[in-house]
Design a protein around this ligand. Structure first.
Ligand code: GDP
Ligand code: IMO
Ligand code: MG
Length: 422
């Protein structure tokens, strides 16, 4: 068997959590491969709403096994709070959530360093989620990180050594905040993690595949936030693209099967950084209101704009997307006309190639399509799709060269339409 990968093609928040939940019945194992509690994956069903940060989105559909892979960074305190809230809602996880021993731990001081680095950047700040993601991955790459498996041996010594190093760094940045108040919760989180089966995800996943089990790898963030291919430096600190699933779980490239690429019918981004199709007018406000575009973790208003096919095409290429999934089309239900960015004009030259940098000189070139002006939120079958909506899908498919297999018309699990055609 192969590992199918599901990931975001834009700047995150495409609706990955919802679709992982919808697809889970077809899988035996769901595994997160990168990122950490910077993610906020929302699921809605039976009138309930959950936002997951570190726990994979495959926990609500039967007793499927969920794995937190080695590529993930884990904050014990936040993890404990997340799992306890789920358990309170009746979802027991201890038996079916497994954690890689090689996943790295986010320390309280990583969170402070995140804040210190952001403050030092001033106007050029990234607008991180403040969860310590960058500093934790920095320690991993500079070979100074602490891993989940380190909890089991000489942990106090390892912890103190790391904190000592962080203390010096914080001092350099003039950051005198006290983290000891955060330590109690953090160490309680460490004890809490010990309740779960700590595994090596690489043999675990590969054995599952050999036994004929189906595995879905769940991405966090989005391709435009990838450390290598995103809008650097306004990115996150991990590889969010399909190749990240190989690294973050320990599966070989030839073991990757379908790659589900998720995008919104328009586009959003949180935090700083370039966004060529961003809107500052009524259409942008309408998207924000109708789409409830406020961060699921931070509550920050998300920046909104038209869909960007130059960036999307690049994302489809990097990830080798085999199936596209379009989310939140209902948000555009009321629009008279819909714009689609088909090229960039850079210093007067038109191009559909994704440039080295999305600088101020990048200007979107738009095609304009008629809106469908129909409430699609109760539709259950593609036969009901209005003509103008079908044209929108066909236009995107033609430009992106991949079929749109699923269309989402609302936040609920049920508001999902699988397409036979396309
Ligand atoms: P993720 O990080 O990719 O899982 O996405 P988020 O959960 O951060 O953001 C997606 C938001 O859109 C959530 O509030 C979802 O409940 C909501 N959502 C998902 N699909 C749809 C849809 O098709 N229509 C509408 N209106 N909302 C949706
Ligand atoms: P999900 O999985 C949207 C953004 C932050 C910031 C940049 C770096 O829910 O789609 P970080 O804290 O990772 O160092 O922040 O990345 N960012 C996200 N934006 N969705 C996310 O996750 C994000 N995770 C990080 O806003 O611009
Ligand atoms: Mg999100």
């Amino acid at each position: 068997m192969k590992v199918d990968v599901l990931l975001g093609l834009q700047w995150g928040d495409e609706g990955k959590g919802k679709v992982v939940d919808v697809l889970t019945p077809a899988y035996d194992v769901v595994a997160r491969f990168q990122g950490g509690p910077n993610a906020g994956h929302t699921l809605e069903f039976e009138g309930k709403k959950f936002v997951l940060r570190s726990v994979p989105s495959g926990i609500f559909q039967g007793g499927k096994v969920n794995v937190i892979g080695n590529g993930v960074v884990l904050d014990p305190a936040l993890f404990k709070a997340e799992v306890e809230a789920l358990e309170k809602a009746g979802h027991k996880l201890t038996e079916r959530l497994k954690i890689s021993r090689k996943a790295h731990l986010i320390l309280p001081t990583h969170r402070l360093l995140d804040a210190a680095y952001e403050a030092a950047k001033g106007e050029a700040k990234i607008g991180t989620t403040g969860k310590g993601i960058g500093p934790t991955y920095t320690d991993k790459v500079s070979r100074s990180g602490l891993r989940v498996g380190d909890m089991l041996q000489n942990f106090d010594r390892k912890y103190k050594r790391a904190v000592e190093r962080h203390k010096n760094l914080l001092k350099q940045y003039g950051f005198a905040d006290d983290w000891t108040s955060l330590e109690k919760e953090w160490f309680e989180g460490i004890e809490f993690i010990k309740r779960f089966e700590l595994i090596d995800s690489e043999p675990y996943i590969n054995r599952a595949l050999q036994e004929g089990k189906r595995v879905l790898a769940e991405g966090a963030q989005g391709t435009m936030l990838d450390i290598d291919f995103g809008s650097y430096p306004f990115v996150t600190s991990s590889n969010t693209v399909a190749a990240g699933a190989c690294i973050g779980l320990g599966v070989a490239p030839a073991r990757i099967g379908d790659v589900y690429g998720i995008f919104k019918a328009y586009c959003t981004r949180v935090g700083s950084g370039p966004f060529p199709t961003e809107l500052f007018d009524k259409a942008g406000d309408e998207m924000r209101e109708r789409g409830h575009e406020f961060g699921s973790v931070t509550g920050r208003p998300r920046r909104c704009g038209w869909i960007d096919l130059v960036a999307l095409k690049y994302a489809v290429m990097i990830n080798g997307v085999t199936r596209l999934i379009m989310m939140k089309s209902d948000v555009l239900d009321s629009m008279e006309r819909i714009k689609v960015c088909v090229a960039y004009r850079i210093d007067g030259e038109e191009t559909s190639d994704f440039p080295f940098e999305l600088g101020d000189n990048v200007e979107p070139v738009y095609a304009e399509l008629p809106g469908w002006k129909t409430d699609m939120t109760k539709m259950t079958n593609e036969a009901e799709f209005p003509e103008a909506f079908k044209n929108y899908l066909a236009f995107l498919e033609e430009r992106l060269g991949v079929a749109i297999k699923i269309v989402s018309v609302g936040p609920d699990r049920e508001q999902t339409i699988e397409r036979k055609r396309g």
